[in-house]
Design a protein around this ligand. Structure first.
Ligand code: FES
Length: 90
């Protein structure tokens, strides 16, 4: 996602700058040039700074998946004890 359309600066670039030590909008402007044209993106850019709304909430999280649960055993009986309905072919 672009944070700064005027300068084609992406969210990833802003996060990398913050990870590299940028702590103020001035830092982002100096390092990336964000918010140096129309300035519309300034409010969004500061949300990525430490303490900003996107500084931790928007982190990429690793998803975990529960182990697969069989729905039927090898005899065809439902693994949960409930009968599996059989539908006759027409
Ligand atoms: S959108 Fe960033 S300076 Fe215009």
């Amino acid at each position: 996602m672009y944070v700064c359309v005027c300068n084609a600066i992406t969210e990833r670039q802003v996060r990398a700058a913050v990870d590299g030590g940028a702590a103020t909008l001035d830092d982002l402007q100096f390092e990336l040039g964000v918010a140096t044209c129309c300035g519309t993106c300034a409010a969004t850019a500061v949300e990525y700074l430490p303490g900003g709304r996107c500084s931790s909430v928007c982190e990429v999280r690793t998803l975990t998946h529960a182990a697969a649960v069989p729905i039927a055993d090898q005899s065809g009986a439902a693994a949960n004890g409930f009968p599996i309905p059989v539908v006759a072919a027409a």
